[in-house]
Design a protein. Structure first.
Length: 276
């Protein structure tokens, strides 16, 4: 079933301040860059109970995030602005209709931290503990569960995959070998995911052009097991070629070096679907 998303760019900049909501839903997401926090002074909605995510980037490894709840985001963010250096923008989720309660946003925070840790796509350095869920009446818990599904959808809509756990289909697994590498993974709308347990090349060819970043990523996602460099968790890359380069330690055309168990290349399975 299709969905209608309304997005309004406050300053006309697709990377700037904006808000979005799903038709016939109460969840509204504000996206506010750190450089435009003065916008909070104009929005009464953002001075009431809200659930929020601060987003940043660590180019060497995983992006970083902080998940929280507050009774007044405008006041709460003053503390984050002075004490947290990593973040560049905030996603703030409020109700378009009746205001949420403190217990509502605490429940959303509880669910969000648990699901973000499960997805393991972002570093949550300041969310070491998952807070306990508050006691909500059953009907209100159901309402907040539905609200949280919209939170996940809207976050994904703007390209934030903090809650996304990609699940491979067995028939869509692809494999590659070379330079001591024996890796497997799958392709999806998020990119190419190299799976936990894949064996990665220990070394890189001299011409490899992102050595430092690869070393940092290996430290984050792999470890030595029985004298082999093995992935300790899944890692999604923006393209099949980047994934192949990381695994093999050299430059590759990922569309050709990733093959399924029948020997079909990723290119023949996905990019030639429209050929007669």
């Amino acid at each position: 079933m299709g969905k209608v998303i309304t997005t309004y760019l406050i300053d006309g900049d697709p990377k700037g301040t904006q808000y979005a909501f799903i038709s016939n839903k109460i969840c509204q997401m504000f996206v506010v860059p750190r450089s435009n926090l003065s916008y909070l002074n104009t929005q009464e909605k953002l001075q009431k109970p809200a659930f929020y995510i601060l987003l940043g980037e660590d180019e060497a490894t995983k992006p970083q995030a902080y998940i929280g709840e507050t009774e007044n985001f405008r006041e709460r963010v003053k503390d984050h602005d002075s004490k947290k250096a990593f973040w560049q923008k905030a996603l703030i989720f409020v109700s378009k209709d009746a205001d949420m309660t403190k217990a509502d946003v605490q429940y959303l925070e509880h669910k969000a931290i648990a699901e973000a840790k499960k997805a393991n796509a972002f570093v949550l350095s300041d969310n070491k503990q998952t807070p306990k869920a508050p006691n909500l009446p059953e009907y209100q818990q159901d309402s907040m569960d539905e609200f949280f599904e919209d939170v996940k959808f809207l976050a994904s809509f703007i390209g934030c995959n903090i809650f996304e756990v990609s699940q491979p289909k067995a028939e869509h697994l692809f494999y590659t070998k070379g330079r001591g590498c024996e890796a497997k993974g799958f392709y999806s709308s998020n990119g190419f995911t190299v799976l936990k347990g894949s064996v990665i090349a220990k070394t890189m060819v001299p011409s490899f052009n992102w050595k430092e970043k690869r070393e940092s990523m290996l430290h984050e996602y792999a470890s030595i097991e029985n004298d082999e460099l093995v992935m300790t968790s899944d890692k999604t890359f923006p393209s099949p070629s980047t994934a192949a380069d990381f695994c093999i330690g050299s430059s590759n055309n990922g569309w050709l070096v990733w093959k399924d168990k029948e020997g079909n290349t990723l290119d023949s399975v996905y990019r030639k679907q429209l050929e007669l």
